[in-house]
Design a protein. Structure first.
Length: 101
């Protein structure tokens, strides 16, 4: 049985910021992108959650970050990370700091 059709809040090209808190106890977002801003580059829909049998994960997005935004420095490279939408907020909104975890 497949996951239901995802209702994404974001679209390809949207600027988003990764939340600094751990929503609903989900530890699946790397700490190094928490609080960072990027651009949504792909929408993957929702996926079944067979490991803990708690239903369906929130919709998944690929987000592209400038390496300098994530790690500092002057690198022109980018980093793509797949993130569930419960970790994302529009880039113009305030997000809790990592200290709020």
């Amino acid at each position: 049985m497949g996951a239901p059709e995802a209702m994404h809040r974001f679209h390809v090209g949207d600027r988003v910021r990764v939340k600094g808190t751990n929503p609903a106890g989900n530890p699946r977002t790397p700490a190094y992108v928490r609080g960072k801003s990027g651009i949504v580059t792909a929408l993957h829909g929702s996926i079944d959650n067979p490991l803990d049998h708690r239903g369906v994960y929130p919709p998944l997005c690929s987000v592209l970050f400038p390496v300098r935004e994530v790690f500092g420095g002057a690198s022109p490279d980018t980093l793509s990370v797949d993130l569930h939408e419960d970790w994302l907020a529009p880039a113009g909104t305030a997000v809790p700091s990592r200290d709020a975890c």
